[in-house]
Each structure stands twice: as C-alpha cells, then as structure tokens.
Write a protein that binds this ligand. Structure first.
Ligand SMILES: Cc1cc2nc3c(=O)[nH]c(=O)nc-3n(C[C@H](O)[C@H](O)[C@H](O)COP(=O)(O)O)c2cc1C
Length: 153
C-alpha cells in the first residue's frame, strides 16, 4: 500500500478532527499516518518515503500557520524522494479571505519536493475559534475527501 501522511498543528482540535476524517476516508486504499507536527519531525516523514501528503493549515492572525510552513520548508531540506501528491485544507473562524492561505500556497509552490499539488482546496469555518464547525461543513468535508481520493489515484 502506498503511504500517505496527514499532518496538522491543531490547538483546539478542529483541524485534527478533519485530518482524522481524511485518514478514515483513505485508509482502505492507503497506509495512512496522521499526527501533529508537535509530535513528529520531518525525518519521521522522510523515512516513510510517502507517496502523498495532506496538510491541515489553521489560520492564525490572518495568515496560514507559520509553524506548518516552517515544517514544510524543513521537510524540503531533508527529503530524499519527491512526494507525488500534496493536498491541503484550512480551518478558520472569521469570514474566509483568499489571502489567509496565500503563504501556504507560496510555500508549496516554492519547494522542490512536491510533484503535484491538488488544484482544489477546502476551507472549513468554525462557529468560534474552539469549534465546532458550522453546520454545513460536514457535507463540504466529505465532498473534498472524495476529491482528494480521486486526486491521489
Ligand atoms: C491566536 C489565534 C489567531 C487566530 N486568527 C484567525 C484569523 O486571523 N482568521 C480566522 O479566520 N481565524 C483565526 N483564528 C481561528 C482559528 O483559525 C480556528 O480556531 C482554527 O480552527 C483553529 O484550528 P485548531 O483547532 O486545529 O487549532 C485564530 C485563532 C487563534 C488561537
């Protein structure tokens, strides 16, 4: 089975919860690991030579989480085999603005270790910073999981 890593840097558990939903959706077809970047190092990912990577990006101060971007840049420095497919999604609590995710997009486009970035993207709004997600989020998440499954093929 091909390996897919799903990483998050969840503080309140919102992006972790969605990361785990992705893991459930993919585990029949892939060997999936999901963890916080607080618990793992880029080397832990590199040693698995993953085929795919899914990144949960929480929005902090109108921007994509800098800690996740730093982790991705560090991963790029130590990686030995390119990652074929990368997808990302975001959780946030304010009205969505495209510039929230600009930093993450730039980071992924700049690094050399990614072969293909999923052209579609998911943002999930929380009712308040601690969650839960807005009511209509579940259908949106399920739809994006299907999109990512297709993209990973
Ligand atoms: C310090 C801080 C700053 C935040 N800034 C924003 C922001 O600028 N825009 C936004 O939409 N949400 C913002 N949020 C809300 C988070 O993006 C939201 O709670 C997210 O779901 C947290 O993910 P997590 O539960 O995985 O940690 C902020 C939250 C914190 C704690």
């Amino acid at each position: 089975m091909k390996k897919i890593w799903i990483i998050h840097n969840s503080k309140y558990g919102n992006s972790e919860k969605i990361a785990k939903q992705f893991a459930e959706g993919l585990k029949e077809s892939y060997d999936v690991s999901v963890d916080s970047i607080k618990n793992i190092s880029p080397e832990d990912i590199v040693k698995d030579e993953p085929y795919g990577l899914i990144i949960a990006v929480r929005i902090v101060a109108f921007s994509s989480d800098k800690e996740v971007r730093t982790f991705i840049n560090n991963l790029d420095k130590v990686i030995t085999k390119p990652i074929s497919k990368v997808a990302y999604f975001s959780t946030h609590a304010l009205g969505w603005k495209k510039f929230f995710i600009k930093g993450m997009k730039k980071t992924l486009e700049k690094i050399g270790c990614v072969e293909e970035i999923c052209p579609e993207f998911l943002e999930v709004k929380m009712q308040k910073p601690e969650g839960p997600a807005v009511e209509e989020a579940d259908a949106k998440i399920e739809k994006f999981i299907s999109t990512v499954k297709e993209f990973m093929k």
